[in-house]
Design a protein around this ligand. Structure first.
Ligand code: GLU
Length: 424
């Protein structure tokens, strides 16, 4: 009995099984034919590399890396690279498929891909990280490229990582190819607004949802889980828009202030002390209580499997804005639906990042760069339209937003596949 429970929980926590479950539901509702289902259900290509890297102390270590291209039906594969000690191929497969659906939801001309390297960045020096990144890139040289597969930052990777990927690729090509990655530093072909883009996208779709609920920004109480790139930017921009950020939930503590946290001061405190703990503008609350605080909007912006069958019943938000990829398991979805929580699914909510990545790729290819106002204006237009598309689709078909987003995406990708036909 105990093993049964633990194995069903283990299955629940497997992101690839979650991705398949969501895919199957949307495919059935769309009446997708068997052949198309087989094609779109599995990734087109999975590459595993074992990369030898010399550590600073002279020892040789071998790291495992993955790059999965789920689909290139609508354009080059697109998606981030994450560095984490617990990265698995199943996780990368799921994340790659989510990128396919995400790019289709916001209707940008990309397929979906994702990469990961099994390593613990906290234990590695900058030069070790650089060697890992460069060797990983070199091993993937024939698989990536502006027309093939375009990596970007994800968990524990950043502008510097992208600069190393761009340089390594360019050295192999014997010319500077900025469009091979996005999320680069501004001085190397990066786009204005890219760093803030995922958080900004979360803020834009949340503001659309608030209108549906008749909530004014100053009456809106927000809890954000995660204070990395996505969480901190979402917090900053939501606070700027007048929302009250009542709690930030981090891995070690939750910081709470019912009157609203001063996000700039909290960021400064974290940068100074390494943690949000003991911030004078709020109180420390046990970490695990943070997600279940009474609020209007909950933004999980950390990682997968945060809301599960074990805890979803305790969520007290009206709106769930999924800043992270895969924060909610399919089992938790059912519970949230019963509770009537309005879910803005990850493949819509966090699509601002890849949308500005698309703008970056376009700018690099043209060699002509946009100002921030243009980037943010175009991002807003795409996010608002996509939100309306998904919510409209949900109403029309009588399904929840997540299923609607998947159906919309599957419809677009399968249409592209049909137009292309099968090369034999
Ligand atoms: N890693 C981000 C995501 O999961 C961005 C991907 C990209 O810009 O290609 O959406």
């Amino acid at each position: 009995m105990i093993t049964e429970v633990s194995s069903s929980l283990e299955n629940e926590m497997n992101p690839w099984l979650a991705a398949e479950a969501r895919f199957d539901e949307a495919a059935s509702r769309l009446g997708l034919d068997d052949g198309m289902r087989k094609i779109l259900r599995s990734p087109a290509r999975e590459v595993t590399v074992h990369i030898p890297v010399q550590l600073d102390d002279g020892r040789l270590e071998v790291f495992t890396g993955y790059r999965v291209q789920h689909s290139v039906a609508r354009g080059p594969a697109k998606g981030g690279v994450r560095f984490a000690p617990d990265v698995t191929l199943d996780e990368v497969k799921a994340l790659a498929s989510w990128m396919t659906w995400k790019c289709a939801v916001v209707n940008i001309p990309f397929g979906g891909g994702k990469g990961g390297v099994v390593c613990d960045p906290r234990l590695l020096s900058m030069s070790e990280l650089e060697r890992i990144t460069r060797r990983y890139t070199a091993e993937l040289i024939e698989f990536i490229g502006p027309e093939k597969d375009v990596p970007a930052p994800d968990m524990n990777t950043n502008q510097q990582t992208m600069a190393w990927i761009m340089d390594t690729y360019s050295m192999h090509m014997r010319s500077t190819v900025t469009a091979v990655v996005t999320g680069k530093p501004l001085d190397l072909g990066g786009s204005r607004g890219r760093t803030e883009a995922t958080g900004r996208g979360c803020q834009i779709v949340t503001s659309q949802a608030l209108k549906l609920f008749g909530l004014e920004p100053h009456n809106t109480r927000v809890v954000i889980q995660g204070f990395g790139n996505v969480g901190s930017m979402a917090a900053r921009l939501m606070a700027q828009a007048g929302y009250r950020i009542i709690a930030i939930v981090e891995y070690d503590v939750t910081v709470y202030n019912d009157h609203g946290l001063d996000i700039a001061a909290l960021l400064a405190h974290r940068n100074e002390t390494g943690s949000i703990r003991d911030f004078t503008g709020g109180e420390n609350v046990p970490q695990q209580d943070g997600l279940f605080l009474d609020c209007d909007v909950l933004v999980p912006a950390a990682r997968e499997n945060v809301l599960t069958s074990q805890n979803a019943a305790r969520v007290r938000a009206k709106i769930l804005c999924e800043g992270a990829n895969g924060p909610t398991t399919p089992e938790a979805d059912k519970i949230l639906a019963e509770k009537g929580i309005f879910v803005i699914p990850d493949i819509l909510a966090n699509a601002g990042g890849v949308t500005v990545s698309y703008f970056e790729w376009v700018q690099d290819r043209q060699g002509f760069f946009w100002n921030e106002q243009l980037v943010n204006g175009r991002l807003e237009e795409i996010m608002v339209n996509s939100f309306r598309d998904v919510v409209g689709y949900a109403e029309k078909h009588g399904v929840h937003n997540r299923t609607a987003a998947y159906m919309l995406a599957l419809d677009r990708v399968s249409f592209a596949m049909k137009l292309r036909g099968i090369y034999a």
